[in-house]
Design a protein around this ligand. Structure first.
Ligand code: CA
Length: 230
């Protein structure tokens, strides 16, 4: 949380918050009405980490500003509201606020909430990153970033084609993938290869992955293709 936009029409409060945040080493910009505040919020070059947004603002109120920001951006928004009612809070969240603070507040409370929001966002980003780079099916885990496949925490060595075939199947759980589609995805329209190469590689994969006496990880759908079903 380094770059913070303050949209607040009470000049003294805005100035006080700005000084305190600057004292903490943050960069700030203050706007005293909803319209110019929204313009600043939508300015991509500013690259905001957080928007502190008053609820009652001239020109355009805080809820409208939040709603308009949310149409184009996921930047964290903390609402500042003088009215401590559940309805206001819920309606603030409905419009896309991530947190709220009720005026009057101690500056320490604001700083603590900014830090907490920053941590929450770091954790969410990390979760999203892991979700995008990790595939799981039963006890199989594929870590795409380092191309490691684990079964029950044991590392399984695969060739490049086997790996790509497995990733294709695990990225499409419960979807039956035809031999032609797998051929196009994994072998990339290589006209030299026959469609039965897919069957051959499925067999290689099963030999490496499957446990004796247990159901195969990859199911054959006769006449259609292959699927990993949950
Ligand atoms: Ca106000």
């Amino acid at each position: 949380m380094q770059n913070i936009l303050i949209i607040e029409d009470e000049k003294n409060l805005a100035r006080f918050v700005e000084l305190e945040l600057k004292h903490e080493g943050m960069k700030t910009e203050v706007h005293l009405d909803g319209r110019t505040g929204l313009e600043a919020a939508l300015d991509e070059e500013k690259d905001w980490d957080l928007i502190l947004l008053d609820l009652m603002l001239p020109e355009l109120n805080g809820l409208d500003v939040a709603r308009r920001i949310r149409q184009v951006s996921n930047v964290p928004i903390m609402m500042m509201t003088a009215r401590d009612s559940t309805i206001d809070q819920v309606s603030g969240f409905d419009h896309g606020a991530d947190d709220y603070i009720t005026k009057p507040f101690e500056i320490e409370e604001l700083l603590a909430r900014i830090r907490a929001l920053g941590r929450r966002i770091d954790i969410e980003n990390e979760k999203n990153r892991v979700q995008q780079t990790t595939l799981t099916y039963r006890d199989l885990v594929v870590e795409k970033e380092n191309r490691v496949i684990r079964r029950d925490n044991e590392i399984i060595e695969l060739t490049k084609r086997e790996y790509e075939l497995l990733v294709e199947l695990m990225s499409n759980l419960n979807v039956v993938l035809s031999r032609e589609l797998l051929l196009n995805k994994v072998w990339e329209y290589d006209k030299e290869v026959e469609t039965n190469i897919v069957d051959v590689y499925i067999r290689y994969l099963r030999n490496k992955l499957d446990k004796p006496g247990e159901e195969s990880y990859i199911q054959t759908v006769r006449g259609m293709g292959y699927v990993m079903r949950t």
